[in-house]
Design a protein around this ligand. Structure first.
Ligand code: NAD
Ligand SMILES: O=C(O)C(=O)C[C@@H](O)[C@H](O)[C@H](O)COP(=O)(O)O
Ligand code: ZN
Length: 371
C-alpha cells in the first residue's frame, strides 16, 4: 500500500488549549505515516467497521512492516454505521483491549467513518482512564469533522451522543485514497458538514459547491477548507465552554430527527434538514436575510441532500431536543446565523417561532399535535 508514490501532504495543526497540539495530515497516502507514529508501542489495536476489513488488514501489514518487530498488532471489527455507537459495542472494545493486555503506552487506531472514530475515541478515552488514539477517517464526514477535535461518544436510548468524553487524538490521518470505495450517498452526507463549515465560517466553500454540487472536482480543497474551520474553532475552545457550539449549527433538530428515526438516518442527511430549519429560525430571530436563508435549501437540494422531514413529528422532535447538550434547564438553545459567517447561540425561542421555523422543512405542513 505504501510502496506507491506519496504526494505532498497538507498539515493542519490543532492547538487545543490545555492539551497537546497535533496535526491533521491530509493527502493521498497520509496513512503511510501511521507506522512511524506507532513505532515504540508494544500494542496497537485497529478498530474498524466491517466495510473496511480489507483496508484494516492492509494497515496491519504496513504496521508489521514499518513500526518495528516489537509492535504487536490487533484488529477489532465493529458494525458499520450508527450501530457501532452503542454501549455494548464500546464494552466489546474494552473487553478486546483487556484480552490483549493493553497498557497505558499502547495505541488505539480508529479506522473508518465518523461512527468508528467516535466509538474508537470513546473506547480509548475510557480504557485505563485514557490511552492514545490516532484517528484515520475514511469518509468525507469523518475527515472534515468527526475525527478532528476530540469529541467522542455513543448514543443511548434517550438520545444521540449523550454519553462521551473529550479526548484529543495524537494525530489525524486523512488519506484521500481511502475515499475511492466510498458510496456516493456517503459522500453527499459528508458534504452536509462541509456546507455547515461554509455557512458558519468560510463562504468560499459555498461558491465551490454551487459551481459543482457533487464536490468531486475540488474535493481536496473542500476537505482542507472544512478541516481548517474545525481546527480553528476547536483550538480556541476544545471542551465547548462557549464558541465551539457554532459547530452545532443545524444539529439541534438533526440529532432529534436521528433519535426519532431510531438512528436509521445518516447524520449528514439529518444535518441538512437541520440547517434549513436553523436558517429559517435565524431569519426569524437573528435578522438573517432571506437570500442567505434560501441559499441553504437551494445548495443542499442541489447536492442531493434532504431538505424536508415529516410534518407530523414536531411534538416528538421537540421532546428529543429537550435533551440536547445545549439545553439548560427548560431552555432550548440553538445556533443561529446573524449573517453569512456570523453564527451565535440563541436561547429559548418562543414556541410559535420554533413552530414557524419548522414549517420551512415540514413535508405536508406541520401538525403540532403529532402522530
Ligand atoms: N465527533 C465529532 O465531532 C463528530 C462530528 C461530526 C459527526 N460525528 C458523528 O459521525 C457519525 C457519522 O459519520 P459518517 O458519516 O462517516 O458515517 P459512518 O461512520 O457510518 O460511515 C458511513 C458508512 O460508510 C462505511 N465506510 C466508511 N469508510 C468507507 C470507505 N472508505 N469505503 C466504503 N465504505 C466506507 C461505513 O462502514 C458506514 O457503513 C455520526 O455518528 C455523527 O454523530 C461526530
Ligand atoms: O465538534 C463539534 O463540536 C461539533 O458539534 C461537530 C458536530 O458536527 C458533530 O456532529 C458533533 O458530534 C455534535 O456534538 P454534540 O456535542 O452535539 O453531540
Ligand atoms: Zn455533525
Amino acid at each position: 500500500m505504501c510502496a506507491m508514490k506519496v504526494s505532498d501532504m497538507v498539515r493542519i495543526q490543532v492547538t487545543p488549549s490545555g492539551d497537546r497540539a497535533y496535526d491533521v495530515v491530509l493527502g493521498e497516502g497520509a496513512l503511510c505515516e501511521l507506522p512511524a507514529l506507532a513505532a515504540g508501542r508494544t500494542r496497537v489495536m485497529v478498530i474498524h467497521p466491517r466495510a473496511l476489513r480489507a483496508t484494516a488488514a492492509a494497515v496491519i501489514a504496513e504496521l508489521r512492516a514499518g513500526a518495528g518487530a516489537g509492535v504487536e498488532t490487533h484488529a477489532f471489527e465493529v458494525p458499520d454505521g450508527e450501530e457501532a455507537k452503542q454501549l455494548r459495542v464500546a464494552g466489546a472494545c474494552w473487553d478486546a483491549l483487556g484480552r490483549v493486555g493493553f497498557t497505558r503506552d499502547d495505541l488505539v487506531v480508529g479506522l473508518g467513518g465518523g461512527t468508528t472514530t467516535d466509538l474508537a475515541g470513546f473506547a480509548a478515552a475510557g480504557w485505563l482512564r485514557g490511552v492514545d488514539v490516532i484517528q484515520v477517517p475514511t469518509t468525507v464526514l469523518g475527515m472534515v469533522d468527526a475525527a478532528v477535535g476530540g469529541k467522542t461518544g455513543i448514543d443511548i436510548e434517550a438520545g444521540k451522543n449523550l454519553v462521551g468524553a473529550f479526548h484529543q487524538p495524537l494525530a489525524v490521518l486523512c488519506d484521500l485514497s481511502t475515499l475511492a470505495s466510498l458510496p456516493a450517498v456517503e459522500v453527499r452526507a459528508g458534504l452536509a458538514e462541509v456546507v455547515k463549515a461554509g455557512f458558519i465560517a468560510d463562504p468560499r466553500i459555498l461558491e465551490l459547491l454551487e459551481a459543482d454540487p457533487t464536490g468531486s472536482a475540488r474535493l481536496p480543497e473542500l476537505v482542507e477548507r472544512s478541516i481548517r474551520v474545525k481546527a480553528a474553532v476547536v483550538s480556541g475552545d476544545p471542551r465547548e465552554a462557549g464558541r465551539r457550539e457554532i459547530l452545532n449549527y443545524g444539529h439541534t433538530l438533526a440529532h432529534a430527527i436521528e433519535k426519532v428515526e431510531n438512528f436509521s438516518w445518516r447524520h449528514g442527511a439529518a444535518v441538512s434538514v437541520g440547517m434549513v430549519f436553523a436558517a429559517e429560525l435565524s431569519r426569524l430571530v437573528a435578522g438573517l436575510d432571506r437570500a442567505t436563508a434560501d441559499r441553504h435549501r437551494e445548495l443542499l437540494r442541489a447536492i442531493g441532500l434532504p431538505v424536508e422531514y415529516r410534518g407530523d413529528r414536531w411534538p416528538a422532535l421537540l421532546d428529543a431536543m429537550r435533551v440536547d447538550k445545549k439545553t439548560r434547564g427548560r431552555r432550548l438553545r440553538f445556533v443561529v446565523l446573524e449573517a453569512l459567517g456570523r453564527p451565535r447561540g440563541f436561547d429559548d425561542p418562543e414556541p410559535g417561532l420554533l413552530l414557524a421555523a419548522y414549517g420551512s422543512v415540514a413535508a405536508g405542513g406541520v401538525s403540532a399535535t403529532g402522530s
